[in-house]
Design a protein around this ligand. Structure first.
Ligand SMILES: Nc1ncnc2c1ncn2[C@@H]1O[C@H](COP(=O)(O)OP(=O)(O)OP(=O)(O)O)[C@@H](O)[C@H]1O
Ligand SMILES: [Mg+2]
Length: 253
Protein backbone atom coordinates (compact mmCIF):
# COMPACT_ATOMS: atom_id res chain seq x y z
CA UNK A 1 0.00 0.00 0.00
CA UNK A 2 1.36 3.39 -0.91
CA UNK A 3 1.96 5.65 2.06
CA UNK A 4 2.98 8.75 0.18
CA UNK A 5 1.86 9.67 -3.32
CA UNK A 6 3.46 12.54 -5.23
CA UNK A 7 1.70 13.46 -8.48
CA UNK A 8 3.03 15.87 -11.12
CA UNK A 9 4.60 18.08 -8.48
CA UNK A 10 5.87 21.38 -9.86
CA UNK A 11 7.64 24.05 -7.82
CA UNK A 12 9.13 27.19 -9.31
CA UNK A 13 11.13 29.97 -7.67
CA UNK A 14 11.17 33.05 -9.89
CA UNK A 15 12.93 31.72 -13.01
CA UNK A 16 14.06 28.41 -11.48
CA UNK A 17 12.02 25.25 -11.96
CA UNK A 18 13.07 23.34 -8.82
CA UNK A 19 10.61 20.47 -9.42
CA UNK A 20 9.15 19.70 -12.83
CA UNK A 21 6.11 17.37 -12.87
CA UNK A 22 7.63 14.94 -10.39
CA UNK A 23 5.58 11.78 -9.69
CA UNK A 24 6.38 8.76 -7.54
CA UNK A 25 5.00 6.93 -4.54
CA UNK A 26 6.56 5.49 -1.41
CA UNK A 27 5.24 2.22 0.02
CA UNK A 28 4.51 1.75 3.70
CA UNK A 29 7.63 0.42 5.46
CA UNK A 30 9.97 1.29 2.62
CA UNK A 31 13.38 2.94 2.82
CA UNK A 32 13.11 5.15 -0.26
CA UNK A 33 16.01 7.41 -1.23
CA UNK A 34 16.17 10.57 -3.31
CA UNK A 35 19.52 11.33 -4.85
CA UNK A 36 20.80 13.84 -7.38
CA UNK A 37 23.33 16.62 -7.81
CA UNK A 38 23.33 19.84 -5.80
CA UNK A 39 20.32 21.96 -6.67
CA UNK A 40 18.37 19.09 -8.24
CA UNK A 41 15.31 19.71 -6.04
CA UNK A 42 15.64 17.17 -3.20
CA UNK A 43 15.22 19.56 -0.29
CA UNK A 44 12.51 21.44 -2.18
CA UNK A 45 10.59 18.17 -2.41
CA UNK A 46 10.88 17.74 1.38
CA UNK A 47 9.76 21.35 1.83
CA UNK A 48 6.67 20.64 -0.30
CA UNK A 49 5.84 17.48 1.66
CA UNK A 50 6.11 19.16 5.07
CA UNK A 51 4.28 22.30 3.99
CA UNK A 52 7.13 24.84 3.97
CA UNK A 53 6.85 25.33 0.20
CA UNK A 54 3.55 25.57 -1.64
CA UNK A 55 3.99 24.03 -5.09
CA UNK A 56 2.33 25.66 -8.10
CA UNK A 57 1.17 22.34 -9.47
CA UNK A 58 0.55 18.73 -8.56
CA UNK A 59 -0.69 16.77 -5.59
CA UNK A 60 0.70 15.12 -2.47
CA UNK A 61 -1.30 12.49 -0.57
CA UNK A 62 -0.33 10.75 2.65
CA UNK A 63 -2.50 7.83 3.73
CA UNK A 64 -5.17 9.19 1.42
CA UNK A 65 -5.07 12.70 2.91
CA UNK A 66 -4.28 15.66 0.68
CA UNK A 67 -1.28 17.37 2.31
CA UNK A 68 -1.36 20.50 0.18
CA UNK A 69 -4.35 21.79 2.17
CA UNK A 70 -2.44 21.53 5.41
CA UNK A 71 -0.07 23.73 7.37
CA UNK A 72 3.29 22.38 8.62
CA UNK A 73 2.05 21.63 12.17
CA UNK A 74 -0.99 19.77 10.78
CA UNK A 75 1.35 17.72 8.60
CA UNK A 76 3.30 16.69 11.72
CA UNK A 77 -0.03 15.74 13.32
CA UNK A 78 -0.78 13.61 10.23
CA UNK A 79 2.37 11.60 11.00
CA UNK A 80 5.21 13.11 8.97
CA UNK A 81 8.31 14.59 10.59
CA UNK A 82 11.65 15.64 9.17
CA UNK A 83 15.25 16.55 9.83
CA UNK A 84 17.08 19.45 8.22
CA UNK A 85 20.15 19.51 6.03
CA UNK A 86 21.72 22.06 8.42
CA UNK A 87 21.34 21.11 12.07
CA UNK A 88 18.71 23.21 13.80
CA UNK A 89 19.71 22.78 17.45
CA UNK A 90 19.55 25.48 20.11
CA UNK A 91 23.06 25.72 21.68
CA UNK A 92 22.09 26.97 25.15
CA UNK A 93 19.54 24.25 25.83
CA UNK A 94 20.36 20.74 26.99
CA UNK A 95 20.37 17.91 24.48
CA UNK A 96 17.23 16.56 26.18
CA UNK A 97 15.37 19.88 25.95
CA UNK A 98 16.38 20.28 22.30
CA UNK A 99 14.82 16.92 21.55
CA UNK A 100 11.76 17.65 23.67
CA UNK A 101 10.96 20.51 21.27
CA UNK A 102 9.90 17.84 18.77
CA UNK A 103 7.09 16.71 21.06
CA UNK A 104 5.08 19.80 20.18
CA UNK A 105 4.15 20.46 16.63
CA UNK A 106 3.49 24.16 17.13
CA UNK A 107 4.66 27.01 19.27
CA UNK A 108 1.76 27.65 21.61
CA UNK A 109 2.91 29.83 24.51
CA UNK A 110 -0.07 29.08 26.76
CA UNK A 111 0.19 25.33 26.23
CA UNK A 112 3.96 25.49 26.75
CA UNK A 113 3.57 27.30 30.09
CA UNK A 114 0.88 24.83 31.19
CA UNK A 115 3.16 21.95 30.30
CA UNK A 116 6.04 23.37 32.26
CA UNK A 117 3.74 23.84 35.24
CA UNK A 118 2.53 20.28 34.94
CA UNK A 119 5.28 18.14 36.41
CA UNK A 120 3.49 14.92 35.44
CA UNK A 121 3.29 15.87 31.78
CA UNK A 122 6.92 16.92 31.74
CA UNK A 123 7.96 13.59 33.30
CA UNK A 124 5.98 11.61 30.72
CA UNK A 125 7.56 13.55 27.86
CA UNK A 126 11.06 13.28 29.32
CA UNK A 127 10.69 9.52 29.69
CA UNK A 128 9.67 9.33 26.03
CA UNK A 129 12.68 11.42 24.97
CA UNK A 130 15.02 9.26 27.06
CA UNK A 131 13.68 6.12 25.37
CA UNK A 132 14.46 7.66 21.98
CA UNK A 133 17.92 8.83 23.11
CA UNK A 134 18.59 5.30 24.35
CA UNK A 135 17.43 3.88 21.00
CA UNK A 136 19.92 6.19 19.24
CA UNK A 137 22.72 5.48 21.74
CA UNK A 138 22.96 9.06 23.05
CA UNK A 139 21.22 8.72 26.44
CA UNK A 140 24.31 9.86 28.37
CA UNK A 141 24.16 13.29 26.69
CA UNK A 142 20.78 14.02 28.28
CA UNK A 143 21.81 16.88 30.62
CA UNK A 144 24.69 18.24 28.54
CA UNK A 145 24.31 21.56 26.78
CA UNK A 146 24.09 21.28 23.02
CA UNK A 147 26.82 23.90 22.65
CA UNK A 148 30.12 22.23 21.85
CA UNK A 149 28.71 18.73 21.38
CA UNK A 150 30.34 16.70 18.61
CA UNK A 151 28.69 17.13 15.23
CA UNK A 152 27.64 13.45 15.22
CA UNK A 153 25.68 13.96 18.46
CA UNK A 154 24.03 17.08 17.05
CA UNK A 155 22.94 15.14 13.95
CA UNK A 156 21.51 12.33 16.11
CA UNK A 157 19.68 14.88 18.28
CA UNK A 158 18.10 16.16 15.08
CA UNK A 159 16.87 12.65 14.26
CA UNK A 160 15.69 12.19 17.86
CA UNK A 161 13.64 15.38 17.67
CA UNK A 162 11.96 14.11 14.52
CA UNK A 163 11.16 10.78 16.22
CA UNK A 164 9.57 12.34 19.31
CA UNK A 165 6.36 13.21 17.44
CA UNK A 166 5.99 9.45 16.73
CA UNK A 167 5.81 9.81 12.95
CA UNK A 168 4.64 7.18 10.49
CA UNK A 169 6.95 8.68 7.85
CA UNK A 170 10.27 10.38 8.52
CA UNK A 171 12.06 12.61 6.00
CA UNK A 172 15.84 12.60 6.56
CA UNK A 173 17.74 15.34 4.70
CA UNK A 174 21.40 14.28 4.45
CA UNK A 175 21.74 12.60 7.87
CA UNK A 176 25.30 11.45 7.07
CA UNK A 177 26.60 14.78 5.75
CA UNK A 178 29.78 15.70 7.61
CA UNK A 179 30.00 12.31 9.33
CA UNK A 180 33.09 10.07 9.22
CA UNK A 181 32.94 6.46 7.94
CA UNK A 182 32.25 4.95 11.35
CA UNK A 183 29.48 7.46 12.09
CA UNK A 184 28.01 6.86 8.62
CA UNK A 185 27.83 3.11 9.31
CA UNK A 186 26.05 3.88 12.59
CA UNK A 187 23.59 6.10 10.73
CA UNK A 188 22.92 3.23 8.29
CA UNK A 189 22.09 0.93 11.22
CA UNK A 190 19.93 3.57 12.84
CA UNK A 191 17.93 4.09 9.64
CA UNK A 192 17.38 0.33 9.36
CA UNK A 193 16.29 0.21 13.02
CA UNK A 194 13.91 3.14 12.50
CA UNK A 195 12.17 1.04 9.86
CA UNK A 196 12.50 -2.40 11.52
CA UNK A 197 11.99 -1.62 15.21
CA UNK A 198 9.81 1.49 15.04
CA UNK A 199 7.93 0.56 11.85
CA UNK A 200 8.46 4.01 10.35
CA UNK A 201 8.61 4.56 6.58
CA UNK A 202 11.81 6.40 5.59
CA UNK A 203 12.30 8.95 2.81
CA UNK A 204 16.01 9.67 2.67
CA UNK A 205 18.02 12.36 0.87
CA UNK A 206 21.71 11.54 0.92
CA UNK A 207 24.87 12.06 -1.12
CA UNK A 208 26.80 9.12 0.38
CA UNK A 209 26.34 6.49 -2.33
CA UNK A 210 27.57 3.56 -0.22
CA UNK A 211 24.97 4.39 2.40
CA UNK A 212 22.19 4.89 -0.14
CA UNK A 213 23.00 1.74 -2.11
CA UNK A 214 23.26 -0.42 1.02
CA UNK A 215 20.03 0.50 2.78
CA UNK A 216 17.50 1.61 0.16
CA UNK A 217 14.66 -0.52 -1.16
CA UNK A 218 14.27 1.92 -4.06
CA UNK A 219 16.06 5.02 -5.24
CA UNK A 220 14.75 7.96 -7.25
CA UNK A 221 17.32 10.08 -9.10
CA UNK A 222 16.52 13.76 -9.66
CA UNK A 223 18.37 16.10 -11.97
CA UNK A 224 17.28 19.72 -12.53
CA UNK A 225 13.91 18.93 -10.94
CA UNK A 226 13.14 15.93 -13.14
CA UNK A 227 13.24 12.21 -12.41
CA UNK A 228 15.96 10.55 -14.44
CA UNK A 229 15.40 7.05 -13.17
CA UNK A 230 13.69 5.23 -10.32
CA UNK A 231 14.23 1.66 -9.24
CA UNK A 232 16.07 -0.78 -7.01
CA UNK A 233 19.73 0.00 -6.18
CA UNK A 234 21.09 -2.58 -8.64
CA UNK A 235 19.16 -1.02 -11.55
CA UNK A 236 19.81 2.58 -10.57
CA UNK A 237 23.56 2.25 -10.13
CA UNK A 238 24.07 1.05 -13.67
CA UNK A 239 22.11 3.93 -15.20
CA UNK A 240 24.47 5.97 -17.45
CA UNK A 241 23.43 9.31 -15.98
CA UNK A 242 23.97 8.05 -12.42
CA UNK A 243 27.44 6.83 -13.36
CA UNK A 244 28.13 10.21 -14.94
CA UNK A 245 26.93 12.20 -11.94
CA UNK A 246 28.41 10.10 -9.16
CA UNK A 247 31.54 8.67 -10.67
CA UNK A 248 32.32 11.68 -12.84
CA UNK A 249 32.49 9.50 -15.94
CA UNK A 250 30.69 9.85 -19.20
CA UNK A 251 28.08 7.23 -19.94
CA UNK A 252 30.19 5.38 -22.46
CA UNK A 253 33.56 5.85 -20.72
N1 LIG B 1 13.50 29.47 -1.31
C1 LIG B 1 14.09 29.46 -2.50
N2 LIG B 1 14.14 30.54 -3.28
C2 LIG B 1 14.71 30.51 -4.50
N3 LIG B 1 15.25 29.43 -5.06
C3 LIG B 1 15.23 28.29 -4.33
C4 LIG B 1 14.65 28.24 -3.02
N4 LIG B 1 14.77 26.97 -2.54
C5 LIG B 1 15.40 26.27 -3.51
N5 LIG B 1 15.67 27.06 -4.57
C6 LIG B 1 16.33 26.63 -5.83
O1 LIG B 1 15.71 25.43 -6.25
C7 LIG B 1 16.67 24.54 -6.77
C8 LIG B 1 16.64 23.24 -5.98
O2 LIG B 1 17.18 23.46 -4.68
P1 LIG B 1 17.20 22.35 -3.56
O3 LIG B 1 17.65 23.02 -2.30
O4 LIG B 1 15.90 21.67 -3.52
O5 LIG B 1 18.33 21.35 -4.09
P2 LIG B 1 18.94 20.05 -3.42
O6 LIG B 1 18.74 18.94 -4.40
O7 LIG B 1 18.41 19.88 -2.04
O8 LIG B 1 20.50 20.43 -3.40
P3 LIG B 1 21.64 20.04 -2.33
O9 LIG B 1 22.11 18.65 -2.68
O10 LIG B 1 22.72 21.06 -2.58
O11 LIG B 1 21.07 20.15 -0.95
C9 LIG B 1 18.02 25.25 -6.72
O12 LIG B 1 18.23 25.86 -7.96
C10 LIG B 1 17.80 26.28 -5.63
O13 LIG B 1 18.64 27.40 -5.81
MG1 LIG C 1 19.26 19.88 -0.19
Amino acid sequence: MADLIIENLTMRFAGVVALDEVSFSVEKGEIFSLIGPNGSGKTTLFNCINGFNKPQGGKIYFNGENLLDKRPHNIIDSGISRTFQNVQNIPFMTVLDNILLGAHSRIDVKATVQRWLSQDQREIEEAMVLDIMDFLGIANYEQKYMLGQPFGIQKLAEIARALVSKPKLILLDEPAAGMNDQETREIANIIRDIREDLGITVLLVEHDMNLVMSISDRICVLDSGEIITLGEPEEVKTHPKVIEIYLGETADA
